[in-house]
Write a protein that binds this ligand. Structure first.
Ligand code: AMP
Length: 455
């Protein structure tokens, strides 16, 4: 896909091609179109991802269209605030390079150098100012710059600006710009401070994110509950009601599981819809729309189906089954706590899912606290695969679990057709049987891990 598909003007594309770029980087593909539409943007991206062009190109195009409709205006209409003068320089160079074939002027303003040159350039007039916070405030105090006509404000490397102690300066600058503006905020990390800032200055932002993300947003409160597999459904119902959850996304590992959870919720009077790859596109869309509109309180999804879920205001993500890879965990819980809002994630962990927890800990480099949920404290020992119904227990014999689909009998054949017996008691093998028939029981994911559980 080239730049032509992003809705950019020919003269801007010419500038981009002159810079030697033919294919947009992922952040450019994700951010340019919504930015051209005038949407606020929150971008999580590091230097090196092409983020500068992701905001500079829409800025140029939006100002250029205005310029064409009002050729006389030469007020500062776009402001880019950066933490360092090096970055300010880089952004200014990008503006000059990509804007080679359009008639817009930019001025770069930073401290550590004399004022005269900057004052002279400002007097000549500029459409775009790229500035570091301290020197920009100096100019504002002197009256040599006015931000009253700003239409687009960009905060670049916002996390660095906050680390450098510029938060109050940044807030003063933002206050001097009109409330009616487009704001784009880019940051390599999304900390609590960044989300606080974002929620106070962005309006319904489009969120873009590139690169490997190891840490979930700090606005997400994460819980991990130790629970028996067969008690998960009860815990889910209890939590939704007891905690008055309103907009809940539940993740199931299998399509069959998703349907089953959904039916169970419906039976208990909690309106729910399922979304997975066995459902048609129109069914999925109906579920998603219903969830967005609040018709369904719960959406039960598998990982694949969840890839397209971009719903604002999800209060809770519940991992009914723990994901088998840590990236999916980050992706799943990232459906809540978006753009500065608070969110909660709850992950149900049965005994035989605990090793997946280790992967999450390793990936996020954090130690997870596995808590019991009051009233749902798991039994001390739980065998590997938990069936729906509690296994029958003969007094005097150890508890043996029958895997789903196994027939009652005096001994069970293991995967190789041999009966296993140990000291008179029956020991059931946990080797998963090959499933015939219902394909909906298959895992709805790209993963090649074919161990499976039932609900
Ligand atoms: P940035 O993350 O904006 O600092 O950009 C990192 C580097 O990628 C800079 O040297 C840019 O010139 C370059 N760059 C930006 N966009 C593209 C693109 N679409 N194709 C190739 N290089 C690019």
């Amino acid at each position: 896909m080239g730049f032509t598909t992003l809705g950019l003007n020919d003269r801007i594309i010419k500038g981009v091609h002159a810079a030697g770029y033919t294919v947009p980087t992922p952040i450019q593909s994700m951010a340019i179109q919504p930015a051209l539409e005038g949407r606020d943007i929150i971008g999580c991206a590091q230097t090196g991802t092409g983020k500068t062009a992701a905001f500079v190109l829409p800025v140029l195009q939006r100002l250029m269209s205005e310029e064409e409709s009002n050729p006389k205006s030469r007020a500062i209409r776009a402001l880019v605030v950066t933490p360092t003068r090096e970055l300010a320089h880089q952004v200014n160079e990008a503006v000059t390079t990509y804007g080679k074939f359009i008639n817009l002027r930019s001025v770069c303003i930073y401290g550590g150098v004399g004022m005269e040159n900057q004052l002279h350039r400002l007097r000549r007039g500029a459409d775009i100012v790229i500035a570091t916070p301290g020197r920009l405030l100096d100019h504002m105090e002197r009256g040599s710059i006015s931000l009253k006509e700003i239409r687009i404000l960009v905060l670049d490397e916002a996390d660095r600006m906050l680390d450098m102690g510029f938060i109050n300066d940044v807030r003063r600058i933002i206050k001097a710009t009109p409330a009616e503006r487009q704001t784009m905020l880019f940051s390599a990390t999304i900390s609590k401070e960044i989300t606080d800032l974002a929620s106070s200055i962005l309006r319904n932002p489009h969120s873009v994110e590139v690169g490997e993300k190891r840490n979930p947003a700090e606005t997400i409160k994460q819980h991990f509950y130790s629970i028996n597999q067969e008690s998960k459904a009860d815990l889910l119902l209890h939590m939704i009601e007891a905690e008055k959850m309103q907009s809940v996304l539940v993740f199931s590992r299998t399509k069959h599981g998703a349907d089953k959870i959904c039916k169970r919720l419906d039976r208990s009077g909690i309106k729910a819809a399922a979304i997975h790859s066995n459902r048609s596109q129109s069914q999925r869309q109906r579920s998603l729309d219903g969830f967005k509109e609040g018709k369904f309180r719960v959406l039960v999804a598998t990982d694949i189906a969840a890839r397209g879920i971009d719903v604002d205001g999800i209060s809770h993500v519940i991992n009914y089954d723990i994901p088998h890879d840590a990236e999916s965990y980050i992706h799943r819980i990232g459906r809540t706590g978006r753009a500065g809002a608070n969110g909660t994630s709850c992950t149900f962990v049965s005994r035989d899912e605990r090793h997946h927890l280790k992967r999450i800990e390793h990936f996020t480099r954090t130690q997870v606290e596995l808590e019991p949920f009051p009233g749902f404290v798991p039994r001390k020992r739980e065998a590997h695969s938990m069936p729906d119904k509690p296994a029958r227990h003969k007094p005097g014999f150890p508890i043996a679990k029958r895997a789903f689909g196994e027939k009652k009998g005096h001994g069970k054949k293991n995967g190789f057709g041999k009966k296993k017996r140990r000291s008179g008691s029956v020991v059931f093998s946990t080797t998963p049987r090959k499933r015939k028939g219902n394909p909906s029981q298959k895992i709805d994911s790209f993963s090649s891990d074919h161990s499976w559980s039932n609900y």
